[in-house]
Design a protein around this ligand. Structure first.
Ligand SMILES: CC(C)(COP(=O)(O)OP(=O)(O)OC[C@H]1O[C@@H](n2cnc3c(N)ncnc32)[C@H](O)[C@@H]1OP(=O)(O)O)[C@@H](O)C(=O)NCCC(=O)NCCS
Length: 164
């Protein structure tokens, strides 16, 4: 489903803290939201929020771990705004940011039980390379997925600005 409203994707700022905290809390039950929020803030260059009429609908956090490789650490959308393309827009924005910074390969992990997120990543050019056994603290396995940004730049037009 395509987004049919005006929105902005911009860098996270401290005044977004409460809204991002609430999305983090409702989206992930396996960790302390405040600890994660503090961790995300360390990657301010790759921490983006999706804003619609002053409401933060979702966020994404990624960071480079070498000159050419980036990693997506977190992506979540408020329950009321799911299935409208918010995560897709955030993902494309971060991939574009990575690409313009010289990054050509992006990786992430996703729970094997999180079929929705896996489909989202596959739809946006990620492929599953292998399974990391008991990757998560509760023992669940994680898929290790990667995307080749040089290829996506051609097929998905990564240079196009994702704000509408
Ligand atoms: C996963 C998540 C980020 C998706 O956000 P979203 O804004 O609803 O995703 P989009 O609307 O951009 O979905 C794009 C595509 O992803 C797939 N998808 C997303 N959620 C899905 C679901 N629950 N079931 C099946 N497919 C799903 C679909 O293929 C969808 O395309 P379509 O609508 O054309 O079928 C959101 O459900 C969420 O925050 N979940 C909790 C946190 C989480 O699991 N984060 C990912 C951690 S790796």
């Amino acid at each position: 489903m395509a987004i049919n409203f005006n929105y902005t994707i911009r860098r996270y700022k401290r005044s977004d803290e409460l809204q991002v905290y609430l999305i983090e809390s409702e989206s992930f039950g396996d960790h302390n939201p405040l600890d994660y929020l503090r961790f995300y803030e360390k990657f301010e260059d790759g921490f983006f929020v999706f804003e619609f009429k002053g409401i933060i609908c979702g966020f994404i956090v990624g960071y480079p771990f070498s000159e050419t490789e980036g990693h997506i650490f977190s992506l979540a959308v408020h329950k009321s705004y799911r299935n409208r393309g918010v995560a897709t827009a955030l993902l494309k924005h971060l991939l574009r940011h990575f690409f313009l910074s010289g990054i050509t390969k992006v990786s992430l992990e996703v729970r094997v039980g999180n079929e929705g997120a896996k489909r989202l990543y596959e739809k946006n050019g990620f492929i599953c390379l292998w399974t990391k056994e008991q990757y998560y603290s509760d023992g669940e396995d994680g898929y290790y997925m990667v995307a080749d940004l040089a290829k996506l730049a051609i097929s998905c037009n990564l240079l196009q600005d994702s704000n509408n």
